[in-house]
Design a protein around this ligand. Structure first.
Ligand SMILES: [Ca+2]
Ligand SMILES: [Ca+2]
Length: 583
């Protein structure tokens, strides 16, 4: 696969395209590989996942025919990396970076036997290639991303549906968050000069971790793609009268750039570097809206993938031990993480090949212990079609569709994906830490779970949603609650709000439907209404709960879910069928 040229400036027009799950067909055909390789890591991109058409095949292990420079993890016991350095040198390698506290070395070598030789060294526990291709020439002299040309907006801030949905607007009446709390965005870099981010940007806790070694030169953290800046805005865009407002507009946000320019990939050594840097700099929360490239799932039966898993796992555990709360996106493949079967997108740094995977194979960092995993919901708190799910795999849900946030150069854009859901939770974690700086990561996770607003599985709609009304495979503990995090809303008994369950409805295509009243009860404050799956032609009045309209000609049986939401964002939902006949 040829490298995609660096065409970010000027951006090709399609980069401005809103990425939503109903991806156009071209994405799934001719353009697929290029975009897949370039963007598969970014969890705001819908991947055309075609399990049915994938034939089981052996894992592709690219054969090394050339002696280019490759990167490896060499793993020892913690605090024992110095002893392994000699073996690395003796076998034609160099130590590029060493993380002694967790026993992880990033080594470079052109020796095709490097891994097998070093594996036999006493004190070395695991060795694995971090990539399936050669290191780019840039590794010798990493480029600094250029500063953006900024155009400040004068557009006033308006209420955004995602912020109202999680109670962030009510949280702001109590607190905007504390300047002592920094959320690190592990991503494609952040535009620190954006007028909505500049005041909240923490350069002292920012770096590039491209190639696996922290680069703190000013601007190294800057963007090589839009994604990280969008994530940063959702967390902490300023409440300054223009643009938009992040969940925690009074906290600091830093950029730890994981992605490399050229490939835009989030390689494992970059990820390890990022968690170590975040931990050692004392950041409070990290947001991780990506999976570690080049493998969508890391399988322990493969020595390379096993070493990658071990290194990333240790770095996340290290961050956790230093008090960092790690939040991650669930992923956008509509994949059941509790029932894995196939992966046709790995390795994405060379040539992907279909392979069978088991539940032992993990998506990193999402499936590591103590990582808070976030699925995506729409404005009605229904699961986003693209969102991954899985029993025991999801902690919380947050809005991830048409999320309006900052992009490099001073602008704004709406994007969709679990990438956009995760930073809502990172922002709420930052509010919790602002309200109580002494909370341990475990306590922050417990509060996020307790305060979440339950979302039950859609009744009868999908067998893939498993679990109870209070914790299930689609939404985990429920929708994250920013208001309750800062004491701007009381915790409520579960089920305090309810909604009428309508009887099965009958209507005729081309004729007005009999008006149907949805009625929410209980809860606190004003109740609003929404509905999913209405027959074409009908709509619900969000204030009054009436469903009215003229049915579009045509027959069908529609599964409708109605949702009532109270003033504290607690929701209740019911489903029923609407049958449409036509003559
Ligand atoms: Ca603003
Ligand atoms: Ca719950």
């Amino acid at each position: 696969m040829s490298q995609r040229p660096k065409t970010r400036r000027p951006r090709p027009p399609e980069v401005r395209t809103l990425w939503v799950w109903w991806t156009p067909a071209w994405f799934c055909t001719s353009g697929r590989i290029e975009w897949g390789v370039r963007k598969a890591l970014l969890l705001f991109v819908a991947v055309c996942f075609t399990t049915a058409s994938v034939a089981p095949a052996a894992v592709a292990v690219p054969v090394r025919s050339t002696a280019g420079l490759r990167a490896y993890f060499v793993i020892t016991e913690p605090a024992k990396t110095v002893q392994a350095a000699a073996a690395i040198t003796q076998n034609g390698g160099t130590v590029y970076a060493a993380y002694d506290a967790i026993g992880v070395i990033v080594a470079h070598s052109s020796n095709v036997d490097f891994a097998s030789k070093v594996r036999t060294t006493e004190g070395v526990q695991k060795v694995g290639a971090t990539r399936t291709g050669d290191l780019p020439a840039d590794v010798a002299n990493p480029p600094l991303p250029p500063a953006e040309t900024e155009t400040a907006t004068t557009t006033p801030e308006i209420d955004r549906a995602d912020m109202t949905q999680i109670g962030a607007d009510r949280a702001w009446t109590k607190t905007l968050g504390a300047k002592t709390v920094t959320v690190a965005v592990l991503d494609t870099g952040v535009d620190d000069q954006h007028s909505d981010l500049k005041a909240n940007f923490d350069a002292g806790k920012s770096a590039s971790c491209a190639y696996g070694k922290a680069d703190t030169r000013p601007g190294a953290w800057r963007p090589i793609a839009d994604h990280g800046t969008h994530v940063a805005g959702t967390i902490a865009a300023a409440k300054n009268g223009t643009g938009m407002i992040g969940v925690a507009p009074g906290v600091k946000v830093s950029s730890i750039r994981v992605a490399e320019s050229g490939s835009d990939l989030f390689f494992p050594e970059n990820t390890v570097c990022s968690f170590m840097f975040a931990a050692d700099k004392g950041v409070s929360v990290t947001n991780n809206s990506y999976y570690v490239d080049p493998w969508m799932f890391l399988c322990p039966s493969n020595q390379d993938q096993d070493a990658i898993s071990e290194a990333v796992k240790r770095s996340v555990a290290y961050a956790d031990s230093k008090g960092v709360v790690n939040i991650a996106a669930a992923g956008n493949e509509t994949y059941d993480l509790a029932s894995k079967g196939s992966d046709d997108s790995s390795p994405n740094d060379t040539t992907p090949a279909p392979r069978q995977v088991t539940n032992d194979c993990l998506s990193l960092p999402t499936e590591l212990p103590n990582v808070v995993v976030v699925s995506s919901v729409d404005a009605s708190s229904a699961k986003s079609r693209f969102s991954n799910f899985g029993e025991g795999k999801i902690n919380l849900a947050a809005p991830g569709e048409n999320v309006y946030s900052t992009v490099p150069g001073g602008g704004y854009q709406a994007m969709s994906g679990t990438s956009m859901a995760s930073p809502h939770v990172a922002g709420v974690a930052a509010l919790l830490r602002s309200a109580n700086p002494k909370l341990t990561p475990q306590q922050v996770r417990a509060k996020l779970a307790q305060q979440a607003n339950d979302i039950a599985c859609p009744t009868g709609m999908s067998a893939s949603c498993k679990g109870s009304a209070t914790n299930n495979s689609y939404f985990g503990e429920g929708l994250v609650d920013a208001a309750e995090a800062v004491g701007a809303a009381a915790g409520q008994p579960k089920g305090a709000i309810s909604v009428t369950k309508p009887a099965e409805q009958l209507g005729f295509g081309g004729a007005p439907a009999l008006p149907l009243l949805i009625k929410g009860m209980g809860g606190s404050g004003v109740i609003s209404y929404s509905a999913n799956g209405l027959p074409p032609g009908l709509e619900i009045d969000p204030q009054r709960g009436w469903i009215t309209g003229v049915l579009t000609p045509g027959a069908g049986r529609y599964k409708v879910t109605v949702i009532a939401r109270d003033g504290e964002a607690k929701t209740a939902s019911e489903s029923f069928f609407w049958n449409v006949w036509s003559f």
